[in-house]
Every structure is written in C-alpha cells, then in structure tokens.
Design a protein around this ligand. Structure first.
Ligand code: SAM
Length: 306
C-alpha cells in the first residue's frame, strides 16, 4: 500500500470518505469507524437525530445523535447480557419493566421467560420504535409478545407513579448520559427504581465502559450503595462497536431475600417452546454470567472502594 504517511493505507486519515466515524466528548481522542455501504434513514425526532445505515461488516446500524446504539452483528452481546444477568439471578420473575430499549432487543430476550406475565416498556422516543420496526425486524420482534405494554414517555416520570413494590426486575437500557438519558444516571432515579421493586427485586442498568468512564461508574456505584440495601455488583461484556469495545452493567437488589448475582439461580431452557421460536442464545451462557463479574484489578480497586 501507500507509504507516504498520509494515505488511508496507513490508517492515518482521520475521517475517511464513505466511513462513519463515531466522535463524542465522552471518548475524546478516539473515533471508531465503520465502512458505510448505504444510508437507509435519516430523521430528527423531538429528542435526537436518528440514522440507520448498512455497514460493510456489521449489518445494519442504528445511530442516535452520532452514537452507535445497535448493530445487527453484535447486538446479541448487549441485549442478552443486560437481560439475562438480572433475570437469571432471581426465581420466577413475573413483572418486568424496561426503560429505554426502544429497538425491542431487550424485550425479545425478556420474553424468553415463561414465568413472566407482564412486560412494561417506557421509551421516550417513538421514532426509535418506528425505525426499529422498519429496519430491524430481529429486534422489533420483541414488541410482538402479547405480554408487552409499550408506553411512550420519559422513564423518570413513568417510574415516579409506579406503585411501590410492583416489579421483580427493572432493566434500564439507556443511551449515554448526554441528552435525554442524563437523569437515568442520577440518584433520584435510582431511588424511584428501588421503590418500584419488590423486596429482593433486581435492577440492571447500562453502566458505560471501565476503559473510558471510571469517574461515571464511581458515581453510579456510590449512589447505588446508598440506595440499594441488598447486593450491588458491576459486570461487563464485550461489544465491538461500542466505544472501547466493552460495556458494563450495574446490578443491584433491594432489601429482602438475598440475591447472589454472580451465581445464576435460573437456567434458560432452550428446549422450552417460547425459546424455540426465538432461536438459540448467541452469547449468554452460565459461564459467561459468572465471568462477567470478574473485574480487572484497576476497576476492582475503584469499585470496591466505593
Ligand atoms: N438496545 C441498545 C443497544 O443494543 O445498545 C441500547 C440503546 S437504546 C436504543 C437506548 C434508548 O433509550 C433510546 O432509544 C433512547 O431514546 C432511550 N431513552 C433515552 N432517555 C430516555 C428516558 N429518559 N426515558 C426513556 N427512554 C429513554
């Protein structure tokens, strides 16, 4: 290839024509790029810019305000972990609430559980739901489960009026804390989650990257230790198209029957009728569940000191 130090063959060109580069003050000095085959959709909702493109190697990609939310190829690593880490940690969940998650991927995973009777979802942006139904049928399939009740609105406001002790589990599948999701990372929000959970109920929230956001994670952990009187644990997974290639989850339980997050009490039975129609899990298994709570030393030091 070229060797004059300026060509794309050296990887030096910062923004390559025909490539999507993800830039944000949340990850200064780096930008992951994907080759674009075709832009399929560009819109602007009341809350954010919404874009869908076909990439060369990750399938279709959903982008909100310039930040990748989902790609067809690696979404399993995120949706399966954010869902099965909390739900395999308790017996027989019946009522589950999803905040955010407008693409439907988390719903698809929640509906693998035959014990569940009610799945509420509160997504702020209807455009995300509509775009997912149009371009991501393998995610939006989650909306087809008859147990699902879709609410379009702010998750913060929704939780404020939930009767005390309603849910067995709350899953917060949010975007980053810049924009409409900001409050989903703050203490008052965690307090209303704790109220909405039954004793010994569990929450799992998207909790950023140990490589990029240790300061945000520190705050989340210390808030959660004050609010949740049961277990408070951090787990992580690999998602190649998220900044730094990893993403974490904050798992907490309320006062009540103890929850040992690292050792799952429920196994997903892939022979179960509900699962057969969804196909096998691509990423999650009980070994990965256990391993996801093992932290690199630098992160372990900070998180356990909070
Ligand atoms: N499932 C995705 C993935 O695989 O990474 C995660 C991103 S999901 C699309 C994040 C969603 O949270 C977005 O659709 C966004 O509109 C929604 N959201 C942001 N703030 C919200 C709020 N305050 N209440 C409810 N939903 C919110």
């Amino acid at each position: 290839g070229e060797s004059n130090g300026t060509g794309a063959a050296d990887g030096i060109s910062a923004v390559i024509p025909g490539w999507f580069s993800e830039m944000s003050p949340m990850w200064p000095g780096e930008a992951h790029s994907l080759k674009v085959e075709k832009i399929l959709y560009q819109g602007k909702s009341e809350y954010q810019n919404v874009m869908v493109f076909e990439s060369a190697t990750y399938g279709k990609v959903l982008v909100l305000d310039g930040v990748i939310q989902v790609t067809e190829r690696d979404e399993c690593a995120y949706q399966e972990m954010i869902t099965h880490l909390p739900l395999c940690s308790i017996q027989n969940p019946k009522k589950v609430l999803v905040i955010g998650g407008g693409d439907g991927g988390v719903l698809r995973e929640v509906s693998r559980y035959s014990s569940i009777e009610q799945i509420d979802i509160c997504e702020i942006d209807k455009m995300v739901v509509d775009v997912s139904k149009q371009f991501f049928p393998n995610l939006a399939v989650g909306f087809e489960d008859p147990r699902v009740n879709l609410h379009i609105g702010d998750g913060v406001a929704f939780l404020k009026v939930v009767p005390v002790g309603t849910y067995d589990a709350v899953i917060v599948d949010s975007s980053d804390p810049i924009g409409p999701a900001q409050e989903l990372f703050e203490k008052p929000f965690f307090e209303s989650v704790a109220k909405a959970l039954r004793p010994g109920g569990v929450v799992c929230t998207q909790a950023e990257s140990i490589w990029l956001h240790m300061h945000i994670i520190e705050d989340i952990v210390s808030n959660c230790r004050q609010v949740f009187k049961g277990s408070v644990k951090y787990a992580w997974t690999t998602v190649p198209t998220y900044p730094s290639g990893v993403i974490g989850f904050m798992l907490c339980s309320t006062d009540g029957p103890p929850v040992d997050f690292q050792n799952p009490v429920h196994l997903i039975d892939e022979r179960d009728e509900l699962n057969k129609t969804k196909g096998p899990l691509k990423f999650y298994n009980p070994e990965i569940h256990y391993a996801s709570f093992c932290l690199p030393s630098f992160a372990k030091r900070v998180i356990s000191s909070k």
